[in-house]
Design a binder for this molecule. Sequence first.
Ligand code: SF4
Length: 402
Amino acid sequence: MNRRDFIERTLKTVTTASILTKVGFSEESEKKQSSWKIPPGTKVPTKKLGKTDIDTPILIMGCCQNLDPVYDRRLHRAYELGVNHLDTAQMYAEGQSHKTIAPFIKQIGDRKKLIIASKVHQTENNASPEKFVENINSSLEELETDYLDIFYMHIVKHERFLDKEFIEMGEKLKKEGKIRYFGFSAHHGNAHELMMKASKLGGGIDVIMFKYSFREMGKDNLNRAIDACAKAGIGLVAMKTLGSIPDDGEELIPWTSKNFTKIQAKLKAVWEDERIAGIASQMGNVQHVHENAYAAITPMKLTELEKQELKNIAEKTQHLYCAGCNHHCENGMQEELHVQDVWRCLLYAKGYGDEKWARYCYRDIEKYVKKLSVEHLQTAMQQCPYHLDIPRLFSSAKDMFR
Ligand code: SF4
C-alpha cells in the first residue's frame, strides 16, 4: 500500500471516535519559524472597516485566552507589529478578560492608539436593550475606559436581534459616546440569513463578525450575504478562520508547502478575499503572534497547490466538522440538539487544549445534552448531510466534562 492509499484508507476510518487526541499545531510552526523574518518597524497592513472610520490591522488580537494582567508579552509584541485592534467579550477568560486588558490599555498610555471591540451575549428569549446597556456599562468599568470602538451583540442566532428596539439601542449608545460602532457576531449556520437581513436594514449595523474559513468558502448563500454586506458598507471581520476540528484527522492529509504553515495558509486564504477587513485570531503565545503576523505582512500569495491542499483538507475532514446547519439534523424535532455547541466545547478542549474554557462553555448546554435520548441523536446523525457521528460526539463530551 502506498502512502496515498494509506492516507485515504486511514481517513475513511477517522471518525469522531478519535476525538480524544489533542491537535499539536506547534511542531510544524517550529520547523518554519526561522524563516519568519519581520524587518524591524514593519507593521501588519491595515484595511478600512466598511464605512466606519476605522483602519483595522488585517490581523486582530483575539482575547479569548487568559491574559497576564501584569504584562502580557503577546499583546505587547502584537502591538509592536501593528496589531492594535483587540477583540474581547464579557464572557471571555471566564469573565475576566476586560479586567486583564485594562492594565494593557494603561501601559499603552493613549486609548486612541487602540481599537477595542467587545461583546455581550444574551439568549434570545430573555434579551432586552436594557440588559445590553447594563452589561456595556459594567464592561466599560472593567476595561477602565469611556467607550468601545465596536460593540457586538455576541453569538446572535435569532433575527429578533435585528429588530428596531436593538438597532435603536445601538444608535443611542453611539450618540451617548459609549460605543463608536455597533454590530453583532454570528457563529451558527444561519449567519448568512442574519447578514443578508442586516444588509437590507439601510443602516444601524456597522460591523459583523462571522465564522469564515477555507471550509466555508464557495458556499453560495454565504457568498451572496458577504457581497450584500460589503455593498452596504458593513465592515466584515472573520473569525474561526482555522476551521479547526476537535480531532487530528487533518494531520493525515498531505501539506507540502515550503512557504507557509497550514495555519498561515488558512489565514492567507481568508485575507485573499478582498471583502474581509480583518481576521480575529486567538494567539496563545509570542510565537503564534509571529507566525500570524508574518503571514499578514509577507506579500507572498498562496500557490495553486497550497489552495488545492486546503481544499483536500476541507473535503476529507468534512465528516469531522460541524458546520452549524442545524436545520438538517434537527429536522422534525421539537427541541434544539446543540450539536454545534457540544462540538465546539470538544474543539476547545481537544483541539485548543483549553479544557477550562471548554468546561465553562459546556456548563450552559449540559442540561439540554442530558435530556437527549440516543434515538434522537441517531436520527440526527442520519439527517446530517456530512454524517457527523453525533452519538459518539455527545458521549465523548459527557465523558470528558462529567
Ligand atoms: S451535525 Fe451536521 S447537520 Fe447538524 S449542524 Fe453539524 S454539520 Fe450541520
